[in-house]
Design a protein around this ligand. Sequence first.
Ligand SMILES: [Zn+2]
Ligand SMILES: [Zn+2]
Length: 760
Amino acid sequence: MTKAIRVYGVVQGVGFRPFVHRLAEAHGLAGYVANKGSYVEIVAAGTEDNLAAFRRGLVEKAPERALILHLEERETEPFPGEGFSISESEAAQGSRFVPPDIAICGACRRELFDENDRRYLHPFINCTDCGPRLTILDEMPYDRERTSMKSFPMCAACAAEYHDRASRRYDAQPIACHDCGPQVYLLDGTTRGAEAIRSVRRAICDGKIAAVKGLGGFHLCCDATNEMAVRLLRERKRRPTKPFAVMVRDMAAAEREAEIPDALREVLDGPEKPIVILRRRKGGRIASAAAPGSRRVGLMLPYTPLHLLLFDYPDGCVMPDALIMTSGNPPGAPICRTDGEARETLLPLADVILSHDRRIRVRADDSVMEVYGGGPYMIRRSRGYAPLPVVLPSLEHVRDGVLAVGSELKNTFCLGQGGLFYSSAHIGDMGDSRSVECLRETTARMASLLSIEPRVVAYDPHPAYHTARFVEELGLPTVAVQHHHAHVVSCMAENGWTKPVIGVAFDGTGYGTDGSVWGGEILLADYKEFTRIGSIAPFLQAGGERAAREGWRIATGLWRGETGTEAALRLGLGNEEEISAQCFLLDHKVNTLTSTSAGRLFDAVSAVLGLCRVSTFEGEAAMALQFAAENWDSEGEVFDLPALGMAEDGRLLLPTTALFLEIAKRRLAGESAPALAAAFHASLAALVGASCRAAREKTGVSTVALSGGVFQNTLLLRLVERNLRESGFHVLRHRLIPANDGGLSLGQAVCAAARAADKN
Ligand SMILES: [Zn+2]
Ligand SMILES: [Zn+2]
């Protein structure tokens, strides 16, 4: 009997074909396995029993990194040959799975430090189970000749391993060794190889700043246990307070620095090796300047051989257990990936730059996640995760390719076709022209890698978004997707939910259909459409761009009608001149918008409580408010507030201005900031619960989707989730797709595909 089997999923670049080969031989089957681009094809001939056992083994014994999403099997004409082989890759049309990069495996790590191994201390050691994938890909299918490794012809020894079925490196595309692989060097033009690594290690030990080329871009790096070095990096990077990520030597070092929940240990040390934001332990050695004023720290483990060599090298230099590893990029711009970019932007920041000659084809920042509900809660989805698809069988029949260009901040894009939606790695902020260029370039590359030709472009209709020009250039039919609708759809899609939901979309800012600033929205939504059924109470946002960073401006506005300027002065929101200038803007509606932004409400409360008057990075004020609330050791008080109101258009209004005034009044009366911060969270969660109950009564819908950047606040998320569950709601929330604008493109793409489905 001969069977043809098609396997769909992550089956390229994860050692799947060699695995099939070994399995087929173990069961005495003849035939071949081939990479078809969108799937792996297996033709296998043998007895019925052997074929059945083979089929079971495919699923049960698949390599750890493989992910089988779908398997098709049919009987076919008898296979004429003998033996089993791997046939050369053929490109094919259709949906594809582009493999993400994989952190160095245990076996390679052991060889790296084994003096008797021929790859002893080789900075590019990898195998079938680990190494670069997406970041070195030119084209699919994934084969050496279509990657950055094509400039490094295999030496005889590597070629022998590559072709040896028994080898750990059988069919490992990026295989390399000292003789044939890429080389590291300093950007001083002379120092190469071992001496380059030694120099960088010395520089770091001496408290200097290094830039190091990694898997998906350059990092800026220094001794994380050296307060002065970390401060120097902050000064040079002009980043006063935003936390830096820290790479720790190993799990033991991670345990010394932070509390690691059991479920997160596997994630931290898993093949993706993301940055995980953890609670710091007392007595840890990481400098406080790494995350000023915060009880948390973002930790990751080394994920490339070069990282391991930075920590350990036989040169007598004693390295610290923790290194700052922050993306090497100007704020908002994409991470640097070429020597040219590094020279231009990192040379003024770094004392020494360690590069190498394996080209990075697709950038990949480190992924960042928080811990929530005992599992990961994604903040930035990039290396290791992008571009794995979200699979929505209900949209499988939509054959037209969709491109969603994402948001202005934290931009990602998303390509979708046939029910598969591939969100890109983090790009950057579109206010920087380099990010727009990166978006342009990466969409083209990914469209070609995935073999998706976009027929329609989904975008955010905000008139000031820099994505608009790019959308225009594409010259394709467009679909405008309202910002908060996209958030809600992204959450539905991540959960595979297709029925209507009550969407709670809380974030900093999004363009409303009425031209005002939205950001505290309750929507009745499905993939295609939405109705705005509620929002927080509108307020005036005066001062343009600055109002988005300066919470005291929002607070002054919220206070205006009630207590005049005197109270604002007493709480130190500003000096007399500042307050009266702000009041002038408000009174004369200069540079003033109507807003329902939940993010700005958090900023205002943070300012009133004296926690953060002006943010130096996005979300700083809200984070300060969350941390203050978490420092309060009991449940926050739920204030008695007026009932839900109603706007002119009939939507529900959450009495959030009343909540703000209650907080302000109590603060003036001398109540503690942490207590009030906790009460703000608890009371806001209660208001969200009340509005969802009212929405359920109106609509009969009892599933709620929680999305938008404000839900990065895991305290608020926990309180809202609990409130809703207690009221019998089914709650959808994010896990591996960010709640913030990084998840927006997925929602846009799914919305556009759902609308296209109607036309088919
Ligand atoms: Zn390996
Ligand atoms: Zn070699």
